[in-house]
Design a binder for this molecule. Structure first.
Ligand code: MG
Length: 376
């Protein structure tokens, strides 16, 4: 079963203010539509846009197919469905770009419901009393029982909804209306209050607060690193920015600070930005004997330039000797200063390998590191 997502961003809604159509306004640092697209990462995605918005769309598409929409919402969805025809897609989720806070759990509920229904969509019961009104006065009340607030993504069997759209004439409030007009049964799954549609200026403020408040929406990256250097003749080893007296040194092109190299690679790993050897090729003579803090500072600066803060770094050194414990605090302070973060976010610890293997035979030192990065 292949599931695709259609993100409908072709509207011109200007009620949210700001001059731009609401799906292109910034929210927590990127356009609203980028949040919606990210929620469906990992699926085939189609982004339906107003033809005038193509340049903006290309900056956020992230691999999604960009399709120009039509004069109505129904025509825009139809264009996206036609673009997917013949691609092998069996389920399709149709989502309003103006709902940037859609959760993975809600998306999963819709997809699962499609195993047993041709249509499935999230809904929440109406809990407020309903009135009719005119000229600022209440003119009547309505029974709210049996009434639901519709959300997206609305999911369908692909073949069924494509046929329904082809048969549909004129506008429709949403795709459930198109599906029902074609006789498809649509089941409701539980919606989510956080999956609100951004319409008015205040909606943006609330959505931004929600994005900042909920850990689930934070962009957290984790990376790990590993490095080994062999012992050679010498009078001490550089470990995590501290020169530790020893009857040997570590062999390497740079200063061979094995712990700092592992940590540098962990940061590059969290950023999916390659490794230390790609940024500082050992074949380049300018890095011969280099102070490894150049590498760590480069990785930390790269993280900052991409909007990330290093919230945790943990290094484990594997060796029988020298003893690390007496130097661990100085190492933590050195690494924290190089990365520009608080020392209580940096851990340095050590273990022996019970005299087993190359570290046990004291042929060299190994280091493992992990780093956690969070988008500001
Ligand atoms: Mg190394």
């Amino acid at each position: 079963m292949t599931t695709a997502a259609i993100i409908v961003a072709a509207g011109r809604g200007l009620r949210a203010g700001g001059g731009l159509a609401k799906q292109w306004r910034p929210l927590a640092g990127r356009p609203v539509v980028a949040h919606a697209l990210a929620a469906f990462a990992g699926m085939a995605r189609v982004l339906v846009i107003h033809p005038d918005d193509r340049a903006m769309a290309e900056t956020v598409a992230d691999g999604a197919l960009i399709v120009a929409g039509g004069a109505t919402r129904a025509a825009s969805v139809r264009a996206a469905l036609e673009a997917l025809d013949g691609s092998g897609v069996t389920k399709v989720l149709i989502h309003d770009a103006a709902r940037p806070n859609v959760s993975p759990e809600l998306i999963a509920r819709v997809i699962t419901a499609l195993d047993h229904a041709q249509g499935a969509a999230p809904a929440l019961p109406v809990t407020d009393a309903l009135w009719t009104g005119a000229d600022g006065r209440v003119t009547g009340t309505r029974d709210r029982s049996g009434l639901f607030r519709a959300q997206t993504p609305q999911g369908f069997s692909f073949a069924a909804i494509l046929a329904a759209h082809r048969a549909h004439m004129g506008e429709a409030a949403d795709d459930v209306e198109v599906a029902r007009a074609a006789g498809l049964e649509v089941v409701m799954v539980t919606g989510d209050e956080a999956n609100q549609k951004l319409t008015f200026p205040g909606d943006f403020i609330r959505a931004e607060q929600a994005l900042n408040r909920t850990g689930a929406r934070m962009d957290v990256r984790m990376g790990n690193g590993y490095d080994v250097h062999a012992f050679c003749e010498g009078d001490g080893v550089w470990l995590c920015g501290v020169k530790v007296p020893h009857h040997k040194a570590l062999l390497g092109h740079s200063d061979a600070d094995v712990g700092m190299h592992a940590l540098t690679d962990a940061i590059y790993g969290a950023l999916a930005a390659g490794d230390i050897g790609q940024h500082f090729p050992p074949s380049d003579p300018q890095w011969k004997g280099a102070d490894s803090q150049i590498f760590l500072k480069h990785a930390a600066d790269l993280a900052r330039s991409r909007g990330f803060t290093i919230t945790s770094a943990d290094v484990t050194l594997v060796c029988e000797r020298p003893k690390i414990g007496p130097h661990a605090v100085a190492m933590r302070q050195a690494l924290a200063a190089m990365m520009g973060i608080e020392v209580d976010r940096v851990s340095v610890k050590a273990t022996t390998s019970e005299r087993l293997g190359f570290t046990g035979r004291e042929e060299g030192i190994a280091a493992l590191a992990s780093a956690v990065l969070v988008a500001k």
